[in-house]
Every structure is written in C-alpha cells, then in structure tokens.
Design a binder for this molecule. Structure first.
Ligand SMILES: NC(=O)c1ccc[n+]([C@@H]2O[C@H](COP(=O)([O-])OP(=O)(O)OC[C@H]3O[C@@H](n4cnc5c(N)ncnc54)[C@H](OP(=O)(O)O)[C@@H]3O)[C@@H](O)[C@H]2O)c1
Length: 69
C-alpha cells in the first residue's frame, strides 16, 4: 500500500495521494481491542481527505505525523 501510494502520487501529480495508519482502533477488525475510539481513529484519514489542492502527496503518515516507509 505504501509503495502503491508513491506510484499513484507520481503518476497523478495534480492529485494529492497519501496513505495513513490510523493507529490501533476499536473496530470490528480489532475485535474492539484497539486503544483509540472510532472518532479518534477516523480523524487522521479525514484530515488527509480534506487537504487542499497542492498539499503534500506520496507520503505515509502515522496518525498526523509523516513517517518513513
Ligand atoms: N482498526 C485498526 O486498528 C486499523 C489499523 C490500521 C489500519 N486499519 C485499516 O483500516 C481499514 C478499515 O478498518 P476498520 O478498523 O474500520 O475495520 P472494520 O470495522 O472491520 O470495517 C471494515 C469495513 O469494510 C467493509 N467491507 C468489508 N469487506 C467489504 C467488501 N468486500 N466490500 C465493501 N465493503 C467491505 C465492512 O462493511 P460491513 O460492515 O458492511 O461488513 C466495514 O464497513 C482496513 O483497511 C484496516 O486494515 C485499521
């Protein structure tokens, strides 16, 4: 997913394409064992989805911080 993010970001330079790990969230997939609420987990992908045009692209975030691949 991280590699594909970079490929897409390079292929579509006018789009803002990033990936994000939301943290460990209480949802079905974690059998509700996560540390974060759904609202806390949703905040980071929603923030990226609302970035204005021209924002950084091709990055991987862990919650709100840019992380290395
Ligand atoms: N939770 C975490 O800690 C965590 C951490 C890192 C990354 N993620 C990633 O975040 C994403 C969402 O995870 P989540 O925690 O929100 O999981 P979730 O609570 O299990 O929700 C998964 C969602 O995907 C839908 N879905 C599953 N198969 C589908 C299909 N074939 N077509 C359409 N929709 C489908 C489910 O719909 P139904 O409810 O209708 O079945 C459900 O709404 C996943 O890619 C997961 O790997 C989660």
């Amino acid at each position: 997913m991280n590699a594909y993010t970079r490929i897409l970001a390079k292929k579509y330079p006018t789009f803002c394409i990033n990936s994000v790990c939301p943290g460990y969230v209480k949802t079905d997939i974690t059998a509700n064992t996560g540390f974060l609420t759904v609202e806390e987990g949703a905040a980071s992908p929603v923030r990226l989805a609302l970035l204005p045009n021209g924002s950084p692209s091709g990055l991987f975030y862990i919650r709100t911080d840019v992380a290395s691949f």
